[in-house]
Design a protein around this ligand. Sequence first.
Ligand code: GDP
Length: 487
Amino acid sequence: PPITLRSLSEAIGIKANQLMRRMMDLTGQLVTINTTLDEDAAIELALEFGVELAIVREETAEDQFDRLLEDARAEETAPEHLQPRPPIVTILGHVDHGKTSLLDYIRKANVVASETGGITQHIGAYQVEQDGRRVTFVDTPGHEAFTAMRARGANVTDIAVVVVAADDGVMPQTKEAIAHAKAAGVQIVVALNKIDLPGAEGNVNRILGELSAEGLIPEEYGGDVPVVRTSAVSGQGVDDLLATLATIAEVYEYKANPDRPATGTCLEAEISEGRGVIATVLVQDGTLRVGDAIVCGEGFGRVRALFDDQGRSIQEAGPSTPVEISGLDAVPTAGEKFAVLEDISQAREVAETRRTRSRGASLGETKAITLENLYSKMAEQKVKSLNVILKADVQGSLEALIKEIDKLENDEVPVRILHRGVGGITESDVMLADASEAIVIGFRVAPEDRAVSLAEEKQIDIRRYDIIYQVSDEIKQAIEGRLEPEI
Ligand code: GDP
């Protein structure tokens, strides 16, 4: 909060009149008891009266919110409190390869029949148990949702299952999915699905080769990517898939501290008639309880009720548990983080600060990287690498481009190609660029309409070329700060 002459007077025990008079002498300006001072001025003015003013910064509610999330991320700070938690899994892959069917099969086969015998409801995520080991699935498949969350700063996924239909093989969206998963730095497991189809087995070797070409070397080829044969129709291999996921969780030791205020991410939210705002959240650290003061995005409130993925009312939810909550006063957006604060007034304070801020948000500085601002962002140490998404008209030019870009070795900012592909610039490319602070380079290809509008909204730099050396030239110039801004 700002320091007024009144509060300074109270703090140092000097009459406000005296402070005002001295202040006017010093500045030559009219002041009132409500005139505010910055810290240095307050310290100086106090010194005029022989008082050494120490400014103790009280943690604001927003600071506290940030700190909770920070702590939650720095899980290793208190290893003695950490306990294993189930892995959080998202399913990605080409359209029609069986993402939804696999999610449905896993849910139906493994969720204990609900006591009421009612229909299990969809709440955006669910948890299953196999041999005493639990796995949490995010129930919105596809890399668009995955990357949209990441663009909001939410990394909820530990493991991505990339579904590849055995009768089809690696397709354009499979490649996108792999790029998105890699850019997020999550573990990858491949489900070679539709293995029940006649002739599927005969394609397996070809597909393993296609996966290797995308940098996913299957375990059976000596790599580290498990490839599990599955069928969402017969259920073949689904247990194997669950066991593989649980084993990865054991190897990577995903952990969290259940004995702290909960933090996590909103997966989806809506207003429901009669129940108010209903949000599905994933608890990522700590334990969420009925009655907790919570803030999520611009919403806040006390958790009125908690429901698990089978619609049962519960009192608390620990790490990696998806729950439906009611009690927020505004609808948060998927991907926004939540945190439990000490009391409801703090939660209100954070939410209200955000509401005011978002009204004036359009004035905010752009965060997106462009070739033009690369150099200044480098100088401010805001970029560690130049991330590039590369699309070209044909495979030949793509390879030639990659070769040229690889030659651009430099120590300051390595150039990382997050995704490469043949074809026009898609919405998915722009989303990946947004989530990964990348630029998009199109070589003799145009962006699709939806990609153009999303790029405008997110201020993503899409650059188009038709001469190979121009691409590497401009990148080089940008890194060296010699790139002339485009008119
Ligand atoms: P998504 O677009 O990736 O979510 O794919 P869907 O789950 O909607 O599946 C697309 C189609 O493939 C549907 O008709 C499914 O019934 C079918 N399908 C999915 N998995 C399998 C499978 O393992 N075997 C067979 N034979 N068909 C499958």
